[in-house]
Write a protein that binds this ligand. Structure first.
Ligand SMILES: [Zn+2]
Length: 393
């Protein structure tokens, strides 16, 4: 009997909670609906062209401050070791017939960033990745940085590891500003996900730790960031929109060979030792970054691009979203191995770990894996490779 009363009470309680939840969800829908506003912004068409079009933003608390649960956007602010200093961006707007029109480029760019961050938050939720990060994300626009030679940095964007924030430098090229290029924002945003793996543990400075960090982890970080940006936007050649001279980062090219770890390490040592007494270490590291880490990243991104287009229809790896999900799920379980200081890492070992379950792969995906991953027995001489490599980016 007591059990029956309990059941009855539980039922009434659950009915009451259902009613409250329904009421709350109705209220929150109404709230979000009230916040939703349309802005006339430069935005990519499905064909990849950028045009002014109405873009809806749903969660910004007020149209006069670019801030909400997805991001806080700062315009021209200084940075301290705790983050951006001062007020968030306050766009100048004209309104008419329910459509807000930004009155200057910077207002436009700050709203584009928020609109993408709102969509990236939904995308991360859909991919099961949103919980790894702190929200709202912090993004700076027209942020001034001075490089080691005293020059102001331009035409680039950066993820600031220590602050877990993204910053866009002023743009001077006559091309699509990076802050409007949603794929560039997605690329930088992805670095926060890789950072959440907490892999930067170079402490003793032994040569293989430096190699792991500078080449393997950086290469995977950059490659996955490009692949993530492709999955989010559907654009496979987005860097050249903002840097017309850079044609080395497109993903829709023929698959590239991924070198075994020993080969990469030999080339890394060659770069780090050449001119050791004349060339500052920072500059030698810069050469490693542009000659090894970024190219390795592109090789990985191109491989994943092809993997995501070669799956059997209806299979577990039939599209780009499922490939990204598998990579992130596998890497999060691999992080302990990546962070251990056990010896030099090999990019191909990591690939084989990710795609270990061959039953998920179509024949075309298996063939690609076989063709892309070179074995140690297929090593070429570092001098031969350095000569052939597109080092200048
Ligand atoms: Zn990057």
């Amino acid at each position: 009997m007591a059990i029956d009363i309990g059941t009855l009470e539980l039922r009434s309680l659950s009915l009451l909670f259902t009613f409250i939840l329904l009421l709350l969800s109705t209220l929150s829908c109404t709230g979000e609906h009230q916040l939703e506003k349309a802005y006339l912004l430069p935005w990519s068409t499905p064909e990849g062209d950028y045009k002014l079009q109405p873009v809806h933003i749903k969660t910004m608390s007020s149209q006069y401050e670019v801030s909400g649960p997805a991001a806080d956007v700062y315009l021209g602010n200084d940075i301290s070791n705790r983050g951006f200093i001062g007020d968030k961006a306050r766009p100048r707007l004209n309104s008419g017939k329910g459509l807000f029109v930004p009155l200057d480029v910077e207002s436009s760019m700050s709203l584009v960033i928020y609109a993408h961050m709102e969509r990236l938050k939904s995308f991360d939720r859909q991919m099961g990745m949103a919980k790894n990060l702190r929200w709202p994300r912090q993004v700076g626009l027209q942020t001034e940085f001075v490089d080691s030679d005293g020059a102001v940095e331009t035409n680039n964007a950066i993820y600031l590891y220590e602050l877990d924030s993204v910053a866009f430098f002023p743009m001077e090229l006559k091309a699509l500003p990076m802050a409007i290029n949603g794929a560039v924002l997605a690329h930088e945003h992805f670095h926060s996900h890789f950072n959440a793996f907490n892999l930067r543990q170079v402490e003793s400075g032994s040569s293989y730790e430096e190699f792991n960090e500078a080449v393997i982890l950086r290469g995977w970080n950059e490659g996955l960031a490009d692949f993530y940006a492709y999955v989010y936007t559907g654009q496979s050649d987005f860097i050249s929109l903002s840097i017309p001279d850079d044609d080395t980062r497109a993903l829709n090219v023929q698959p590239l060979v991924i070198r075994p770890g020993k080969n990469l390490q030999a080339v890394f040592n060659r770069y780090m030792n050449a001119g050791k007494n004349r060339i500052p270490k920072e500059r030698r590291r810069g050469r490693v970054l542009s000659c090894l880490s970024y190219p390795l990243g592109t090789q990985i991104a191109v491989f994943l691009y092809h993997m995501s287009n070669l799956g059997d229809v209806g299979s577990d790896l039939a599209d780009k979203h499922s490939v990204l999900k598998l990579v992130m799920d596998r890497l999060s379980s691999y992080e302990g191995v990546l962070a251990q200081n056990v010896g030099p890492l090999a990019p191909t070992d990591i690939l084989e770990f990710i795609f270990e379950d061959k039953s998920l792969l179509s024949q075309a995906q298996l063939d690609l894996l076989e063709k892309t991953v070179l074995r140690d027995s297929e090593l070429v001489q570092p001098s031969e490779w350095i000569g052939a490599y597109p080092c200048e980016r």
